[in-house]
Structures are given as structure tokens and as C-alpha cells.
Design a protein around this ligand. Structure first.
Ligand code: G3H
Ligand code: ZN
Length: 278
């Protein structure tokens, strides 16, 4: 069933559990994520990034397909617009029926980020939609996700209070699109931010974090864990293997199907690692 992300992350945070949030690019990924969550009886957040929207050239086709998959799941599933820098795109997502958005003002200075995030929160809450946001790093090209950037607990607390967000992305040592799982997280900082901030915390760039450190991050106080590259890896590895073994293959279902199965199995496994199964 389709729910907001607040309906997933708030109970998870209250129970010191994690919540898995995985990115959808092709419809096969939405199917794999929903099936993987369903197989273990866990809620899940399906997210479509602004970059994925640029890839497709439109939000509606992949967005509406993902919403339909969520509606038909036997588990709570939120459909979330990820890393949106465009406020008009957020308005479009809400009109389409997305139940959650991330406004990414991390490239703005603190005051501008707070001001725009507040407007987004007001609009989305008026429409029953959850909002995630993040604090930026002044001048940092990759915002809060640049390697080495870390969130200050008091800044995080002020940002959450000033904006009214439902969840807050913080920088604690991970960075986006890593293809090795070697990131070193600052667990003491996770605990300090959790202590200072009243809303659930979000870890981005989690593909670079090893299983045991994902579990530790949840224990230290992280809740929503965003994983994309790692699942693309599982998907693409399978396509590569199947096509290498069958160079004559032309039916796309014959290699996308096994790739979808591989992602489904990995999602089920990761939800256990994240302690996301109630
Ligand atoms: O918002 C999405 C994520 O932060 C995913 O990052 O591709 O490094 O796992 P990742
Ligand atoms: Zn991210």
C-alpha cells in the first residue's frame, strides 16, 4: 500500500530500526524493490531522483508506474522524489501522487536553504506529503556529500527546527556513487546528531558502506538509508553475465528478468542488514 515516508521512518526511528530507501531508474527496479521488501515483510521507500527524471525526459511515466507498484504492494511503500533541486518538479511530483520528496538545497547557503526548504515543507504538508532535506556546505561543489564534509549536530538541530522537515540528511563520512564499500563512518557523530535532532536521520551514499557498518549506523541512530549504486551493480553484473553466456540473446526480458531477480534478492538481504524488518 502507498504510504508517506514519515509513516515508515517515524516508527522505524522509534523502534531503533532502519528503513531502506532504494532508487528506481527503470521499471524493473521498482518491481525488484517492491518484491524484495514484500518477500521479507518490510516497508520500503522507492525513490526517483531528479537525475533519473532528466534521463527519462519526464517524471510522469516512471513516477506513475512506481506509484502503481507501491499501491499494489502488500507492504507499506512510499514513493519519494530524490535530490530535487527544482521546486516546480516537487510541485509536479505532489500533483502526480508522490508521497514524499527530498528538497536538496545543499548547494545554497544556510539561510537560503532554510527559507526554500520551509516553503517546500509548507506546500508538501498542506498536501499530506513528507519532506526530507539536508544542510549544505558553503562553497562545497558536492554540498554535504563531498568526501570529508561532516554535519555539525547543533547546525542540524537548528535546521530541522527552522524548517519543520520530516527527515534530515546528514554527512557522517559517506559519499555518493562509491563502487567499493570502504567508506568510514563517524559513528560518534551519528549518535551526537541523533541526540540533538528530533527528526529521523538519513544516510546518503550508502553504497560505499559495508554491511557491518550499515548495521552499526542504525544502532548509532541513523534511520533512512539510501542505496542506489550498489543495486545498479547487482543489476548490471547480472546483465553482463547473462549476455556473456548467451551472445545470441535478443529478447530483453531474458536478461532484464534475471537482473531484476538479483536486485530483489539483494534488497531482501539489505533490509535484514538495516534491521528494517518489523
Ligand atoms: O539519494 C540516493 C543515494 O544517496 C544513493 O547513493 O548511489 O552512493 O548508494 P549511492
Ligand atoms: Zn543521495
Amino acid at each position: 500500500m502507498l504510504v508517506t515516508s514519515a509513516e515508515i521512518v517515524h516508527p522505524a526511528a522509534a523502534a531503533d530500526r532502519g528503513a531502506g530507501a532504494f532508487n528506481v531508474i527503470q521499471v524493473e527496479l521498482a518491481e525488484a524493490l517492491s518484491r524484495g521488501a514484500s518477500a521479507v515483510g518490510a516497508p520500503v521507500i522507492l525513490q526517483i531522483s531528479e537525475n533519473a527524471v532528466k534521463y527519462h525526459g519526464a517524471l510522469a511515466p516512471i513516477g506513475l508506474a512506481t506509484i502503481n507498484i507501491a499501491e499494489n504492494s502488500d507492504q507499506p511503500v512510499a514513493v519519494h522524489l530524490d535530490h530535487a533541486e527544482s521546486v516546480p518538479l516537487i510541485h509536479e511530483a505532489v500533483a502526480l501522487g508522490f508521497t514524499s520528496v527530498m528538497y536538496d538545497g545543499s548547494k545554497l547557503d544556510f539561510a537560503d536553504n532554510v527559507a526554500t526548504t520551509r516553503e517546500v515543507v509548507q506546500f508538501c504538508h498542506d498536501h499530506g506529503v513528507s519532506v526530507e532535506a539536508e544542510i549544505g556546505e558553503v562553497g562545497g561543489k558536492d554540498g554535504v556529500h563531498a568526501p570529508g564534509v561532516k554535519t555539525d549536530p547543533q547546525d542540524a538541530a537548528k535546521f530541522a527546527e527552522d524548517t519543520g522537515v520530516d527527515a534530515l540528511a546528514v554527512a557522517v563520512g559517506s559519499s555518493h556513487a562509491m563502487t567499493t564499500r570502504t567508506a568510514e563512518l563517524d559513528f560518534d557523530r551519528v549518535a551526537a546528531i541523533r541526540e540533538a535532532v528530533s527528526v529521523p536521520l538519513v544516510l546518503h551514499g550508502s553504497s560505499g558502506v559495508a554491511d557491518e557498518n550499515l548495521t552499526r549506523a542504525i544502532e548509532a541512530g541513523m534511520t533512512k538509508v539510501n542505496i542506489s549504486t550498489h543495486l545498479n551493480h547487482a543489476f548490471t553484473d547480472t546483465v553482463r553475465e547473462v549476455l556473456a553466456a548467451h551472445p545470441e540473446m535478443v529478447d530483453t526480458r531474458k536478461y532484464l528478468g534475471p537482473a531484476r531477480d538479483a536486485v530483489q534478492a539483494e534488497v531482501s538481504r539489505l533490509l535484514g542488514v538495516l534491521n528494517a524488518i518489523p
